[in-house]
Ligand binder design. Structure first.
Ligand code: ATP
Length: 264
């Protein structure tokens, strides 16, 4: 059974159909990418999956249950964690505190209340902090637990977002342009991290990414969107040579061979 399934999902903004009857299935344990030109609807699709937007039609089923009508915190509690295109950390909180926030999506408390609550229960706090430090180290951050998140370099902030997302023990991790703004070495390192998250923890990963080196390197399956529709899906090799995908990226008249820089 698919871990995540969408059936004819729609999202409309005024006169613009941002997501048009998208049917998508994600098998458990896979690493899958969603690609497509700017404005194709990729982030809107993520926002619809995670309850930021309610779909205007269609079904979204996760782990055998419908997500339609649930709030983002309820969807997170069902096992979907995400990172954002623009980093969204609590800049004035420490690295460890940011991870602790992620750990408590299963409780119906605000992040602040969670932290205050934790302070009352020292043993629980120590255990949670211990887990947060381990997660911090797992994503490759060392010795920065007490630093304010805003003071970390960019690449480290991206890693911290991933640690916070993992803190919720998700079944599915959604990553929105995780390699954006990273240099080639950081990109390679973070790609390795994603693979180990899947291999070590069995977490299914769905990512939106523009960097085709990352996409082609890590994806077992790729879904391509254009103008709100799913226009293709398949293995990296199939996607590279799909005429409809080449056309979406380069426009009508594009021929195989000319697309290689963009789709590698
Ligand atoms: N809240 C909104 N209100 C109105 N229109 C929106 C809203 N969010 C997205 N859109 C529009 O929906 C379309 C899809 O946008 P979306 O951000 O999902 O695309 P994308 O594929 O993620 O693009 P990019 O790769 O540039 O991030 C665009 O035309 C965008 O302008």
């Amino acid at each position: 059974m698919a871990l995540l399934e969408t059936i004819n999902v729609m999202k409309v903004f005024g006169g613009l159909t941002a997501i048009n009857k998208v049917n998508f299935q994600l098998e458990p344990g896979r690493i899958v990418s969603i690609i497509g030109p700017n404005g194709a609807g990729k982030t809107t699709f993520f926002n619809t999956l995670t309850g930021i937007y309610s779909p205007d039609g269609g079904e979204i089923n996760f782990n055998g249950r419908s997500l339609v009508g649930l709030r983002p915190d309820q969807i997170a509690a069902r096992g979907i964690s995400r990172t954002f295109q623009n980093i969204r950390l609590f800049g004035e909180m420490s690295v460890v505190e940011n991870i602790l926030v992620g750990m408590h999506v299963h409780l119906r408390q605000s992040p602040l209340a969670t932290l205050l609550h934790l302070r009352k229960f020292k043993a629980e706090e120590a255990e949670a902090e211990n887990k947060a430090v381990k997660l911090m180290q797992y994503v490759g951050l060392r010795g920065v637990g007490n630093e304010l998140a805003k003071n970390l370099p960019y690449g480290a902030q991206r890693r911290l977002e991933i640690a916070r997302a993992l803190a919720a023990d998700p079944l599915l991790l959604l990553l929105d342009e995780p390699a954006a703004g990273m240099n080639p070495q950081e990109t390679e390192d973070v790609t390795r991290l994603f693979r180990s998250i899947r291999d070590d923890r069995g977490i299914t990963i769905l990512l939106i990414e523009h960097d085709m080196r990352v996409v082609m390197n890590i994806s077992e399956h790729i879904c391509v969107m254009d103008y709100g529709e799913k226009i293709a899906e398949g293995t990296p090799a199939e996607i590279r040579s799909n005429p409809r995908v080449i056309e979406a990226y380069l426009g009508r008249g594009a021929v195989a061979g000319q697309h290689e820089e963009k789709l590698i």
